[in-house]
Design a protein around this ligand. Structure first.
Ligand code: SF4
Length: 165
């Protein structure tokens, strides 16, 4: 099961370049980031995230063109089912994952359009710091092959502090 915080669902403009993004906080984070900025997200609480709830969120936020999972929780199988639902029902909507894990389940590369990797390290800074250890990748698929392009530099001119999961 994947759980989320309904009260913090929001539309954001900076977390995924050039996208109007619906951002959803996923709880039960399995990360161990030094200086974790959102320790409450490590608790196993919140509402179950289901395809019907995602449909309702998208309907309530007309115009969004990207769905962002802020964290992957502890149930990657269910996470991938949810992304498959988005990919099949909303083919024009992109999907993104902000992971804070050192090692990401390899399967996520087959389903998401954007994947942010790496734990938050306060001394290196978040994604918009040129010294960050985190990386944002854009996935493209063609001819049966997927390729990942590192687009982290696109965050470095921004005076914002993207959620550093
Ligand atoms: S991924 Fe986010 S919530 Fe999880 S430990 Fe890291 S900073 Fe905290």
């Amino acid at each position: 099961m994947i759980k989320f915080l309904p009260e913090s669902v929001s539309v954001v403009l900076e977390e995924v370049p050039d996208r109007v993004t619906l951002a959803v906080d996923i709880t039960n984070c399995q990360g161990h980031c030094e200086g974790c900025h959102s320790p409450w997200l490590r608790g196993d609480f919140g509402e179950e995230l289901t395809p019907a709830k995602m449909d309702a969120m998208i309907e309530d936020n007309f115009g969004v063109n990207c769905f962002l999972f802020l964290g992957e929780g502890a149930d990657v199988d269910t996470l991938l089912e949810l992304v498959r639902h988005l990919n099949s029902k909303y083919p024009k909507m992109e999907t993104a994952l902000y992971s804070g894990l050192l090692e990401i389940d390899e399967r996520v590369w087959d389903f998401f359009d954007y994947v942010k990797t790496g734990p938050y390290r306060r001394s290196y800074g978040p994604l918009n710091s040129p010294t960050t250890n985190q990386r944002m990748f854009k996935l493209t698929r063609g001819g049966g092959k997927a390729s990942a392009v590192d687009i982290t530099e696109r965050f470095w001119h921004r005076g914002i502090d993207p959620n550093a999961h």
